[in-house]
Design a protein around this ligand. Sequence first.
Ligand SMILES: Cc1cc2nc3c(=O)[nH]c(=O)nc-3n(C[C@H](O)[C@H](O)[C@H](O)COP(=O)(O)OP(=O)(O)OC[C@H]3O[C@@H](n4cnc5c(N)ncnc54)[C@H](O)[C@@H]3O)c2cc1C
Ligand SMILES: *[C@@H]1O[C@H](CO)[C@@H](O)[C@H](O)[C@H]1NC(C)=O
Length: 182
Amino acid sequence: MAPPGIKGRFLVFALFVIALFLFVRLESHRAPPGQLSPIEQAKKKPASGPSLTGHAIAPKLGNATAKAELGRAAWKVLHTTFARFPEKPTPDEKEALRSYVHLFQRLYPCGECAEHFGKVLAKYPPQVSSRSAASMWGCMVHNIVNKRLKKPEFNCENIGDAYDCGCGDDDTKDTSKKEEGA
Ligand SMILES: Cc1cc2nc3c(=O)[nH]c(=O)nc-3n(C[C@H](O)[C@H](O)[C@H](O)COP(=O)(O)OP(=O)(O)OC[C@H]3O[C@@H](n4cnc5c(N)ncnc54)[C@H](O)[C@@H]3O)c2cc1C
Ligand SMILES: *[C@@H]1O[C@H](CO)[C@@H](O)[C@H](O)[C@H]1NC(C)=O
């Protein structure tokens, strides 16, 4: 049996060794200066998404039939998205639409179309303040593409009726039926 004084000193020394060991381990998890630790990176992620305005990602789409079919489907999705966007969107909803339009352009499966459309977006950034602003903007940029492809101009005054898909659940109509089938 060791004298009580020795035992106490040993305990202090053991605690010191444990503390030193923990300190060294924590330090080794810290990133070098100027770099973010994994935890800091994970926290930062939502703010730094993909670049919304980079190069067009898809390759050239040579087949003209496929290109036209894709275009008709894509315009339908876009115009219908705008027609069903809230009339009074929240800041988050506006940001979602802005990001969506930009990434839609970057990832559009016809690379040469995406390239052209990128220039259109640079000149006419998406209007996301309301459903009517987004719909009118969509009609306007589609007309720019129409013009370049020598297609007839669409009358944007009819945009509201043209993409009223009769999908239901429209809170600008009968609000009492809003939650029906939800
Ligand atoms: C972002 C994008 C870029 C494109 N770039 C190219 C390209 O560079 N080269 C290429 O060859 N093709 C491109 N296309 C495809 C092209 O725009 C057409 O979709 C395709 O040529 C088929 O044309 P369409 O005559 O059937 O009518 P679309 O232009 O596909 O239109 C479909 C229907 O939408 C309605 N419509 C027409 N104009 C408007 C408007 N302004 N607003 C609302 N509704 C309207 C009409 O009812 C029309 O029949 C692109 C498509 C998209 C979505
Ligand atoms: C072009 O695309 C159309 C529609 O996708 C397809 O039916 C056709 O076979 C394609 N043509 C060639 C030469 O690949």
